[in-house]
Design a protein around this ligand. Structure first.
Ligand code: LLP
Length: 444
């Protein structure tokens, strides 16, 4: 059967450019990551499986600390969290941004210092707030007016909780409309434009149990340009000056959130961290000088850019179907372990591993095993024409928002997580079994 021609592929892009730095091609299509063969992992731990390169994660933490000296770098736990990763982030000197009692408990019980944790959420439950106060988190980010009295009451007359206020600065940025959080007219934060932020700030300053330390914003996710951050910075410093003028209070902290975009495929744009760091530093200094304010402590909250490129997802091919337009390659995972293509139309670059193929690439769509046509992992990608059941596919840049957003759709069970480092492999999160799924089902 003749398959339609391939979409153009950027010939100059290095196919391993979006893989961990440790990735190494070997004869017969074998690929090592962290010194461990991915084929061996697939054989010993089954598929689908997520592989995390510990050195890549740690290097990315260090890159942030070096690029932003003096700033507090909080890893955004929602991207991916497990106890080993909590320890890596702690050892690399990062703080943690959590958005639920669940993430918070996991981090603190794994030994993360609670004073280096910051709690977010547009609708924190009483359990979220109680857990945060009980465990002694460093900062709570107030997102709406109802939270002010609620939090003040929970703190009581004896304590004092450091808080930031989440401001929506009216900026549209991000890789998809579903992850844009800096614009007006959405669920997050207190608007700068309509005065809600100023109003909330006045109320917080009137609460003896709340210590207002600064302003927070998170513009969105998968942002690949520096400019939106600079505009946000200017607007937030402007608000800090107005707070000083109205209340005589100089806020010592400014949190610019996360959202730093990464490349999922070779040649994709990514946010330039060095440029971001130098331009943010310069803009902060200039805006503060103009407003006659001291430069506040800068906080940033990257998630995806720390853990995303450290992860690889491995799948086994189960079926191949050719149509006049393309080849469908069906694997043993899908939207339950990676809902991102279905949710945001994200494009990935899967690769055949475990054998060397000389077959010409054909237009292929990698689909999952779930019961809907939208269960696609990678649309229109070039894969060798001879891909067949039993082959292994590896998908790079799978370390963020994969497992953390995985579901038990079709009762398939969520994949395990294996860490690799210096030629050694370690199971971090075991596979979800049918017994796990059955254990929750307590009625009959
Ligand atoms: N800070 C706050 C307040 C956030 O809400 C987020 C992400 C981050 C930091 C980290 O953003 P990052 O650096 O990872 O972009 N599920 C979507 C992403 C949702 C992001 C939610 N908030 C995805 O798979 O792309």
């Amino acid at each position: 059967m003749t398959i339609a021609p391939l979409p153009p592929v950027t010939p100059s892009s290095d196919p391993l450019s979006v893989w961990p730095a440790s990735a190494e091609e070997q004869p017969h299509g074998r690929v090592l990551v962290g010194g461990v063969s991915l084929v061996d992992i697939a054989e010993s731990h089954g598929t689908p499986v997520y592989v995390v390169d510990e050195a890549e994660f740690r290097d990315r933490c260090r890159t942030y600390r070096d690029a932003f000296p003096g700033a507090e770098v909080h890893y955004a736990a929602k991207a991916f969290l497990c106890r080993a990763l909590v320890r890596w982030a702690a050892e690399e000197g990062l703080g943690l941004d959590v958005c639920s009692a669940g993430e918070l408990e996991l981090a603190v019980t794994a030994g993360f210092p609670p004073e280096r944790i910051l709690l977010h959420g547009n609708a924190k439950s009483p359990a979220d707030l109680d857990t945060a106060l009980r465990l002694g988190v460093g900062r709570i980010v107030i997102d709406n007016p109802a939270e002010i009295a609620r939090l003040a009451a929970a703190v009581g007359s004896k304590g004092r909780q450091k808080v930031l206020v989440r401001v929506t600065p009216g900026i549209s940025a991000g890789g998809h409309v579903k992850v844009m959080t800096g614009s007006e007219d959405q669920k997050f934060g207190l608007s700068l434009r309509d005065g809600q932020a100023q109003h909330a700030i006045a109320r917080i300053l009137g609460q003896p149990g709340l210590q207002l330390a600064g302003l927070h914003c998170h513009l969105g996710s998968q942002i690949t340009e520096v400019k939106p951050y600079l505009v946000a910075l200017r607007r937030l410093v402007g608000l800090m000056a107005r707070i000083r003028d109205a209340h005589g209070v100089v806020l010592p902290e400014l949190d610019l959130g996360g959202g730093h975009g990464i490349a999922y495929r070779p040649g994709d744009p990514a946010l330039d961290l060095t440029a971001l760091a130098s331009k943010v530093r310069a803009e902060l200094a200039a805006s503060c000088t103009a407003a006659r304010l001291p430069v506040p402590q800068l906080i940033i909250e990257p998630g995806r850019a720390v853990s995303g490129p450290a992860g690889i997802a491995l799948y086994r091919v189960l079926a191949v179907k050719a149509t006049p337009e393309r080849v469908f390659v069906a694997v043993d995972g899908g939207m339950s372990d990676n809902p991102r293509p279905a949710l945001y139309g994200v494009r990935y670059a899967p690769r055949l591993i475990g054998r060397h193929s000389t077959a010409a690439p054909v237009r292929t769509t990698v689909v999952g095993r779930h019961c809907e046509a939208g269960d696609v992992l990678a649309e229109d990608v070039p894969l060798p024409a001879d891909v067949h059941p039993g082959d292994l596919l590896a998908v790079p840049a799978a370390g963020a928002y994969h497992l953390s957003m995985a579901s038990s759709y079709n009762l398939v069970g969520r994949p395990p997580v294996v860490a690799v480092r210096d030629g050694a492999l370690r199971l971090l999160v075991r596979r979800e079994t049918l017994a796990d799924l059955r254990a929750r089902d307590v009625g009959l």
